[in-house]
Design a protein. Structure first.
Length: 145
């Protein structure tokens, strides 16, 4: 289970909200994996979560890459490479499912990869955006003339 902390903050409220959404769904997938004998409906739901994570990550990655580019973040190129790596996890998982059929162990392995990747990615790469984004002035504060 991944718990959101201030350590994960990037300086972009939009990206932080998207990260929190991804983490919530990764945690939801983990909850689904706790059942050793899932029903057909539970298995289908877990598979839908993987599809959701893939689709949502695509939207998020586009937003994040654009944000890093516009703020000239030094980790922009590394970020793109890591996003491709994430896409590879999902692609390889789906390919294995096509070849071998659905197996809970495959899904557990994918979850472990995604869980470790997202934490490391946000903490090591995405947080490098924080010093690149100018702070938003607090409401009620007044600039000196």
């Amino acid at each position: 289970m991944i718990l959101w902390t201030k350590q994960f903050e990037t300086g972009s409220e939009q990206l932080d909200q998207q990260h929190q959404m991804l983490i919530d769904h990764i945690n939801l997938l983990e909850e689904q994996l706790q059942n050793p004998n899932p029903s057909r409906e539970e298995t289908a739901f877990a598979m839908h979560l993987v599809d959701y994570l893939e689709a949502y990550a695509t939207v998020h990655f586009k937003d994040e890459e654009k944000c890093m580019e516009s703020h000239r973040c030094p980790s922009c190129a590394q970020n793109r490479r890591e996003h491709e790596r994430f896409r590879g996890f999902i692609h390889n998982y789906k390919r294995l499912c096509e070849l071998e059929g659905f197996k809970m162990d495959l899904l557990k392995n994918l979850h472990g990869l995604i869980q470790n990747w997202i934490q490391g990615h946000i903490l090591k790469i995405d947080t490098q955006l924080r010093p690149c984004i100018p702070p938003i002035p607090q409401s009620g504060s007044h600039a000196a003339p």
